[in-house]
Write a protein that binds this ligand. Sequence first.
Ligand code: UDP
Length: 412
Amino acid sequence: MDRVLADYEAVVGSNAISQLHQLARDLKGARVVHVNSTRVGGGVAEILDWLISLMNDLGLEASWEVVEGHAEYFHTTKAFHNGLQGNNVPLTRKMLDAYEATLEANAERLRPILEEADFVFIHDPQPAMLLKLCPNRKGIWLWRCHIDASHPNRKVWSYLRSLVAGFDASIFSMPDFAQPLPHPQFLIAPSIDPLSDKNCELPDDEIASALSRLGVPTDRPILTQISRFDRFKDPVGVVEAYNLLKDSTPSTLVLAGGGATDDPEGAAVLEEVQDAAAGSEGIHILMLPSDAHRTINALQRASTLVIQKSTQEGFGLTVTEALWKGRPVIGGDVGGIRLQVHNHHTGYLVNTPQGAALRIRELLRSPARIHRMGVQGRKFVTESFLLNRHLREYLTLMLGMRRGVANYLIAH
Ligand code: UDP
């Protein structure tokens, strides 16, 4: 993404932009490195895409590094992910060996840039061990956890804690995820880029041609869930909800997703969804390429309602994307979805397929309520979940950490 902050003035106002320039004044020239484990797929990649460009536009020297690994490494990191979100997962010495060997190899490549950086943001557990492997680090290291870590599996957390305890601070998306750690913890919610291909306005004819290309009919209300095929997103639960309401309330269900390169379980989950949907006419399961941003935008805009029936969720950018487009969201009553779906205002929080079916049916019978919730959702995202607020919180945190660490060093 090659956009500059000035492009956003029309959306967020000139005061928000000048505030960011003011905050960034003392950070000019700071070398900032973000590290994650995939350049495409999933919310972290979505955020880093604009964050790097805009930090550079503000005069920082930001870059994005991606950990490279083989299947065994991603098998282990998916177990970390599932374990942090509360599943009882196996964690063998062999799995940890694959994780540790991969990060040792990556550290050989990344050590020069990481040890020299003024700020290093390590996103999620996949690259977390890099801190231990950069003993001569000069800068401030922050662990940015995007996962719903409210009830982590004890074995997984005990291992990960040994990796992240040494960071200077951690950042979580909401208070429920914070963990006992020997350093400051900050709360920063994610955000979306309102001008990206995923979220910009689209002409009606582009929306219509995207749907016709995908074979999605437009003669009935469209319900959509966009998600990686991951069990925590509960796509099978969405199929169950649809099957409960399809006879009384005609609609089309779209389940659209793609693979993230760091998610090895997608193919198996896709198969489970296809099995669950077999025989249900009206369900469209779409595998999209990783750059299908305008297609996803079109699907969200063509939808009457958007569903995100996750059973665990760090934040759920797909919820923000839908609310921004004025679509109410039927969302799982978990994690970051609770920050965005306010019951009866921007959508409904649900716990079961039955609950989802009930709320969908109720809303489809009330176009006026859909409209009212859509307006409220759009307003809420404008105020709380656009990238200027997110960037402001990152800059403030960096300034605070730099001052805090400097004071700490003087005092000791
Ligand atoms: N997404 C995408 N293609 C897909 C599925 C998801 O581009 O096939 C995007 C989606 O629009 C959102 C992000 O990936 O921007 C998913 O972020 P979210 O926080 O909802 O979930 P995560 O995948 O990070 O758990």
